[in-house]
Structures are given as structure tokens and as C-alpha cells.
Design a protein around this ligand. Sequence first.
Ligand SMILES: Cc1cc2nc3c(=O)[nH]c(=O)nc-3n(C[C@H](O)[C@H](O)[C@H](O)COP(=O)(O)OP(=O)(O)OC[C@H]3O[C@@H](n4cnc5c(N)ncnc54)[C@H](O)[C@@H]3O)c2cc1C
Length: 381
Amino acid sequence: MKKINIIGGGIGGLCAAIALRQQEFQVQIYESAPEIKALGAGLALSANAVKALKAIGLDQAILKAGNAFGCLQILTEKGKTIAETDALKVAARYGVGNFSIHRADLQAILMSQLPTEILHLNKKCVDVLARQDSVVVSFEDGSQAEADGLIAFDGVHSAVRQKLLPEVQLRYAGYTCWRAAIHYAPKNFNPKLFTETWGSRGRFGIVPLTDQRVYWFATHNAPRQDERMKNFRPQDLYEVFKSYHDPIPDVISHTKESQLIWNDIVDFPPISRYAFGHILLAGDAAHATTPNMGQGACMAIEDAVVVAKCLASNQDISSAFQAFEQKRKKRTQAIVNASYQLGKVAQWDNPVLSAIRNTLFRMIPEKVNEKQIKNLYEVEF
Ligand SMILES: Cc1cc2nc3c(=O)[nH]c(=O)nc-3n(C[C@H](O)[C@H](O)[C@H](O)COP(=O)(O)OP(=O)(O)OC[C@H]3O[C@@H](n4cnc5c(N)ncnc54)[C@H](O)[C@@H]3O)c2cc1C
């Protein structure tokens, strides 16, 4: 039985462990954090992620824990529609529409599929060494682990990628982001409606979750790692977004400071390789993307399924990882690029340019939108 070590117990790492165990691989996960905590608040997932989850038998459990949308809208700060997607129509075509899930709920389901003894916490990977037919990983605590292959699902700041491709620099998107999941349903709230509002002071997304919970996110143009942004509290965000349509100010004012998560939005330009002999980069470590298309976690889940399939159908690990790179590079990098560009346009704060953008977006023919959705959701593993 071949042994595979996974670095990172996030969404991708946990899904990959499940998929690999189903293919009879012996798997160990090494995670730097002292516990598996839900990093972030909510997530929007789409049909391509569900197709991947179905391949590992988890689609129904995860859909049950999530909230399926009826409609997705992009609005102006006054609440006028810029674009609209009928999620029910998408569901009719692709079997399932977009849905939201609390990160903690998703992680709990993934964790329930794995024996606890394969998850090693407090194991921060600091180095990897390729031997003839194996890979040795070294941890900050001085310990080491060896396996036939190593998959790095260690996120956007991947230590493994930094070792293999030290020249790759993170790219700041130019805007910073706050998120929160709160127990609050605003008055006249439609729990099936996902809205993202584009305005001169930034974007604001409202994503209904289950159990009267709401996940929201806000983006704002700012210098990188800005001290003022770092110290923003809900009251400060209220001041920024108070002129936006309802229920945005109301949602912010029902958010506690302790619920606020802040980070700058970063990705990195497409890299030349994912496969390095018996070492593979996957998920955000290989293709971190800005969250504008809600595809980062979806792609990590797809990666998990594809890598298990490649390993199951190739005797040789380096050939399997090469096959993974071949299958995944074009799709994942196209999404990274499209998402980066979309974010640039969506963050325009010049009122004249924004008005032109909104008009142009309203004119996009239905067929063009449908083609984009097809490209995203119709994925073969
Ligand atoms: C604001 C925001 C909103 C988003 N919204 C969405 C969305 O709606 N839909 C969507 O599909 N995606 C979304 N994403 C993207 C999504 O969160 C990521 O793409 C996804 O989590 C990537 O999964 P991963 O397993 O590759 O990495 P991660 O989930 O980041 O997991 C990496 C794991 O590796 C661990 N780790 C890191 N370094 C080491 C080390 N040296 N040694 C050991 N372990 C290590 C970390 O602790 C972590 O547990 C969003 C991202 C952001 C920033």
C-alpha cells in the first residue's frame, strides 16, 4: 500500500485524504495549527464542487448542511440590479445550483470521514527533501516524516511552494476584506437571495446561511497591510457603508468586533509547474485565487478528487503527479486570471467609470453568461 503525506488540513487536504483513502492509499495529514479551526466564516460553493464531492460520496451530506440559493444578484449601492443569475435554472441544468455553507459545518463533515489518528496537529512543515523514491518532510519541532509521495495543500503561503519555487511572490489585489458570520436575519430578509453590491466605497456581499445565520463580506480599496484597516471595527465599517442600500448598514451594526475577520486579498500569478517528482502542489498552494468568483475552495475540492484518480490510475507517483498537472493547470490558471481581472473592474471607485461598467454589465447577452457558467461548472475529472 503506497504512503502519501499531505501537508495542510484545510478544505483541500481533508478532501484529498478522504479521496485517497477510498483508493486504498495510506494517508497522513500534517497541520501546523494546534487544532482544526474553521478559518473564515462562510463559503459559497457551486456545481463543480458538488460534482467533486459526489465523487467521494459527500455531496448529499454537504448539501444538506448548506443553503441553496434561488437567485444571485449584483446590485448598485442604491440597490439597482446590475446582473442576475437564476440559480434554479442553473440547478436544472447542472443538477445543483450555488449554495452556501458555514466553514465550520463543512470541516465537521470532512473530519467525520477520517480517523483522528491520521491527523497530526502542531506540525508546521519547514522543509521537504526528495529522495530517490520518497519524500522526507521536516517539521518545526525537529521531527520528520517520510512517504512515497507528498501533496502540499498548505494554502496560499505554502512553505512547500516557497521551497520549490522561491521566486513566486504574492500579488496584492489592491483591496482588503472583512468577513463575518452572524446570527441575525434582517427584516424582510430573503434567505434564498445572494447579493453582492458594487459601489464607490467597495463591495458588500450578503450570503444567507442555514439556521438564521448570515455570512457577509466587504472589500475596500486600500494600501497593503494598512494599519488603519487592520484596526477597523464594525463601527468603522458602518461609517464606510452606511449610505449603501438596506440591509447592509443593519447587518454591519449587528456584527460584534469578535466576529470580524480581516485580511488583504492576495493571489499569485500562474506558476510554471505543480508537479515536482514525488512532490505535488495543490489547492491554494498551487493556484490561490482572489475570491471574486467564489472558486478557490471549489478548485481545491476538485484537485483532491483529481489527484486521487491520477494516483489510482498510475503506478508511478511522479507520472501521476505529472498527469495531475496536465489536467489541472489550464483550468485553474484561467480561473485565477479571470477572477483577478473581475476584481479589478468590480473595485472601480470612479463614479463615471463605474456607471459605464454597470451599463456594460447589464448589456452582456444571456448566452455569454451561460457560456461562462458552463465553463466553470461542466468539469470532467
Ligand atoms: C475572503 C475570502 C473569501 C473566500 N470565499 C470563497 C468562496 O465563497 N468559495 C470558494 O470556493 N472559495 C472561497 N475562498 C477561497 C478558499 O478559502 C480557499 O481557496 C480554500 O480554503 C483553499 O483550500 P486549501 O486546502 O488549498 O487551503 P487552506 O484552506 O488555506 O488550508 C491550508 C491549511 O494548511 C495549513 N498550513 C499552512 N502552512 C502550513 C505548514 N507550513 N505546515 C503545515 N500546515 C500548514 C493551514 O493551517 C491550513 O489548515 C475565499 C477566500 C477568501 C480569502
